[in-house]
Structures are given as structure tokens and as C-alpha cells.
Design a protein around this ligand. Sequence first.
Ligand code: GUN
Length: 293
Amino acid sequence: MQILDGKLLSQQIIEEISVEVKEMVEAGQRAPHLAAVLVGDDPASQVYVRNKVRSCEKVGFESTLIRKGSDTTEEELLEIVEQLNEDPAIDGFIVQLPLPKHIDEEKVTLAIDPKKDVDGFHPVNFGRMAQGLPAYLSATPFGILQMLDRYNIEVSGKDCVVLGRSNIVGTPISILLSRKASPGNATVTLCHSRTKDLKSHCLRADILVVALGIPEFVKGDMVKEGVVIIDVGINRVEDATAKRGYRLKGDVQYEEVAAKASFITPVPGGVGPMTVTSLIKNTLRAAKGEVYK
Ligand code: GUN
């Protein structure tokens, strides 16, 4: 069994990008510039945004953090989005989710210029992705693809089973894995809460992507020998013996499943670290004009 080490891999990719940025700057171009908008004081969002800004620093990007109070109105936020859309010095930007309840997230997402939507959340980017056109891929699916690619995991012709049909993970990864591309060309089954006999689908999987948000849902008796496991879950499970009072658990019962797997992503340290790398890659692609010519 081999661990798919997202922490190590993301460090390698960050290192590669920093070399590329250095070359860009030495050639007289300006460094790529990412802006992040954070509204309110959600503690998890603060940590995520801090990590994103820190990653920008590591690769030599410019970054701008726009922090707004939880009383910011929808109109004010839409005005900020408009300014960022128009600002030629900004290559890409994100509005960290979740937003306070009085702001319509869909309206804000739709207001972002798809050319600067480095989160890949705008339906234009999703649609382009689904049709195999150049697009910004959202962080988790892009991170999974990079991981499969870098570990040389054969995907073509394999039976891939995806558990979960969210807009940001399950649905896009199932499209991407079935596309005529590399990694891709898999036969994909997308399972969800109405799926009959989920276990029989899981047992057929050569590659199992689990994005349900249910701690330790997949047990050892649900997978076959040699399966490749991509565990997207990051669940806080109360544990009085842990320093913070909780432990992070994936959607897979790690010990049982790892005993049968050929490759498995740990939690933490698997898919999670790859997501920031995806955002950085998208910002680099934005700065180079690779996606929208
Ligand atoms: N909240 C949780 N994950 C994400 C993400 O990838 N992008 C944004 N904008 N908000 C998030």
C-alpha cells in the first residue's frame, strides 16, 4: 500500500511554480496577483484564507486580502466584485464561502468575471469543464487530477466510483474522470443517497472517490483488494484525548480500508493540501492568459 502524500506533493508543486514565477519576473513580467475577499469572522474561513495568502507568498505571487465585517451588505460586496473584475492588476480572485446569511452566494458567484474566477465556481467555468474546453477547474477536483497524474495512477479504462454529487466535488470529478483526456477515460458511476445497494458499487471500484462528509462511512468490507482510495472528507470528530478536543477523520475507515488498498490518501495530509495548490495553479494560468485567450 502506498500513501498518496498530498502534503509532500503540494510542496513540490509550490516549489515548481515558484521557479516559474521567478523566471517570469526575471523576463520583465509582473508576478501573478491573487485577491481574496473574506466577509465576516467564520474561524475556518479565516484559516483557509490565511493559508491561501501564505501560499501566494511562497510562490512569489502578489496577493491582496480584502476583509469586510459581517454587516457588509450584498450591494457593497457586489461593488467590490465589480472593482476586482475591472482591475487590470488583479489576475484572479476568490470570494471565500460561506458568506453571511443575508448575502446571496449564487448572486455573488455569478457576478465574478469567469476570466478571473480562479475558484472555478462560475457556471461558465463549470460548463466549459463539462464540454472539455479550457476552464478553471475547482480546487478539489483539480487537486485530485493532479494527484492521480503525479503518482502515475492508471485511470483510463478503470471503473471509478464516486460517492457524493455536490457541485464542487462529486459532480465535477465524475465528469472529469470520464472525459476523453488524461487523467480520464474511466467508466464512472456516481452514487448518492438514493443509490440502491451502494456496497455492490463500491466493491466493483478500481478507484473510489469519497466525498460525502460522513466520518468513516466506507468500511473495509466495502472495497476490493488493490483499490485506489481518494478520501475527500475532512470531518471533525469529538475526542476528549485530542489536544483540540477533536480529531480530523476522513469519509473512509482508514485502517480497515488501507489494509486492502494499493493507494490511499490520508486525512489530514491527502487531498486537503492539494486544493490550495489548485488555486495557485489557476492563478498562474490566469496571469499567463492560458484559459481565456
Ligand atoms: N470555502 C470552502 N472552500 C472554498 C473554496 O475552495 N473557495 C471559496 N471561495 N470558498 C471556500
